[in-house]
Design a protein around this ligand. Structure first.
Ligand SMILES: Nc1ncnc2c1ncn2[C@@H]1O[C@H](COP(=O)(O)OP(=O)(O)OP(=O)(O)O)[C@@H](O)[C@H]1O
Ligand SMILES: [Mg+2]
Length: 474
């Protein structure tokens, strides 16, 4: 707060006795429980304001204006005509007699499917996705906190869902922010990825025990947790959300326990490939065929959960602000990524070479740093410098700082859940553009990768053509 020039600054003349009078008693361990309980009551109060009677989040409706501008590329008049001609299609609901028509997202998806099958083949009603390939996994990570990991992951998940993709969101952060955004209900660690990781270890232990028994050694017992986990499948921990085409594997505080449990398992059995746990469980349960995209939100740390998420990912996005401190610590994050994955490869490959097996080499389809909360007026110079040093690794699109994120209200999360009528139309359009562009930059990356996969699957001849294509485009 500003003070008069004649006044002294606020940190002079603080009276110790008055400070003591304001202080209160020291805090004991029990004090934390009281504070936590007060937070929980407040949280419940806040959360209840955005939920319907059943305690479930609900998604807003979408207007004809919004559908024809943002979701299905048709002219309003044509849209209305097609609906009129097809009474079996969702007709929407209006708040007033003859007023604008509003549709649920489920209805929008049905309408889009109709246009895709009946409408002009020249138009992109359904987003590109090669047939018969599993979902792409996208991890959003940075060990620096508050850089926009969760906001970026949540907005990308929502944009992709609006675009027509089937999305699974995986929360690896025991803070559970992503889970709250999608209204997830997680009672304990058994409704998170924890049992999947435990099952992966349990299966490894069972295989190892067979070898032990064959050698005449005693098997290592599976404790209660592992035995219980052996029965859990990925589909059991997936919950649906208030978005018809977004599902969730949630997180809550107990998930943090995995950070202590995983190293214990690893000590017990050195051969356990913990970094494969997540990928192999999702694959084993056939989940990757059910989705187009899996977005993985990670905690601000490079712990075992993050390593699992990163190892599972095809695409790695690293959000950071265009500030010196964030650039600096992001550089160190990449350094940590290098040493972590290099040491896993070295450890594995000594054994692999000795046994004449294939060597382990991690590979990501693409790794991109993404500038978030960008303020062009203040940060242009730093962003240009970052671009110069990072080159292609830095996504050319910068996600602007937008007040719309914080303002959207407690019951909605981010721009796509907000009702545009709550904002000045221009403010809305600009705010939405920020995240539409973040999505467009991501989708460009995704389509390039899918196309590369598709050409590779078609065989070497097409590969040759694709190189020619790439050459002529460059
Ligand atoms: N483009 C943006 N414009 C304005 N505010 C933003 C933007 N992106 C994120 N924020 C805000 O910045 C804060 C941190 O964002 P977020 O929670 O996504 O970061 P995070 O990296 O997931 O944090 P953590 O490390 O704690 O998981 C939030 O208050 C969020 O609303
Ligand atoms: Mg977060």
């Amino acid at each position: 707060m500003a003070y008069e020039a004649a006044e002294q600054p606020p940190y002079f003349n603080i009276d110790p006795d008055r400070a003591l009078a304001e202080l209160g008693q020291p805090t004991s361990t029990g004090g934390f429980a009281e504070i936590a309980a007060a937070c929980a009551r407040g949280r419940e109060d806040l959360a209840s304001r955005g939920l319907n009677e059943a305690g479930q989040k609900s998604l807003r409706l979408f207007s004809t204006w919004e559908i024809t501008k943002y979701l299905i590329p048709v002219a309003v008049a044509h849209f209305r005509r097609v609906l009129k001609q097809n009474p079996a299609l969702p007709q929407g609901q209006s708040e007033t007699e003859g007023g604008a028509k509003w549709f649920t997202l489920d209805e929008v998806l049905r309408l889009r499917a109709h246009f895709a099958s009946e409408g002009s083949k020249a138009k992109e009603y359904q987003p590109y996705r090669p047939k018969g390939v599993p979902a792409k996994l996208v991890a959003v990570a940075n060990f620096k906190g508050g850089v926009g990991k969760t906001s970026t992951a949540a907005h990308l998940a929502m944009s992709a869902a609006l675009d027509g993709y089937r999305v699974l969101v995986l929360d690896l952060d025991s803070q559970g922010s992503m889970t709250s955004i999608f209204g997830g209900q997680v009672a304990d660690e058994w409704q998170t990825v924890f049992p999947l990781l435990a099952r992966h270890y349990g299966s490894h232990l069972q295989a190892e025990n067979r070898a032990r028994i064959a050698r005449g050694e005693d098997p290592l017992p599976l404790d209660d947790t592992l035995s219980e986990a052996m029965k859990v499948t990925t589909r059991e921990v997936i919950q649906s959300t208030h978005w018809p085409n977004i599902d969730l594997i949630g997180a809550q505080l107990n998930l943090y326990w995995a950070e202590f449990q995983i190293p214990v398992w690893r000590m017990q059995s050195r051969g356990w490939k913990l970094w494969d746990a997540l990928t192999e469980m999702l694959e084993a349960d056939g989940v990757l065929e059910d989705y187009d995209l899996v977005f993985i939100d990670t905690p601000p740390a490079l712990g075992y959960l993050t390593i699992n998420g990163l190892a599972a990912a095809d695409i790695l996005l690293v959000p950071l602000g265009a500030s010196f401190l964030e650039f600096d610590s992001t550089g160190r994050f990449f350094d940590m990524l290098h040493s972590t994955f290099a040491s896993i490869e070295t450890g594995e490959n000594m054994a692999a070479r000795a046994l004449g097996r294939d060597e382990l080499a991690f590979e990501w389809d693409a790794v991109r740093a993404v500038v978030t909360r960008y303020d062009g007026a203040q940060q242009g110079e730093l962003a240009a410098l970052m671009q110069a040093y990072l080159g292609q690794t830095l996504s050319p699109h910068k996600q602007d700082f937008t007040a719309l994120i914080g303002q959207a209200g407690e019951q909605v999360n981010g721009i796509y859940e907000a009702d545009y009528r709550d904002f000045n139309r221009e403010t809305y359009v600009r705010g939405r553009m920020t995240f539409d562009q973040t999505y467009a930059a991501f989708k460009r990356l995704l389509l390039g990768i899918w196309r590369r996969d598709e050409l590779a699957a078609e065989g070497p001849k097409s590969g040759e053509e694709s190189r020619e294509l790439a050459g002529s485009a460059g």
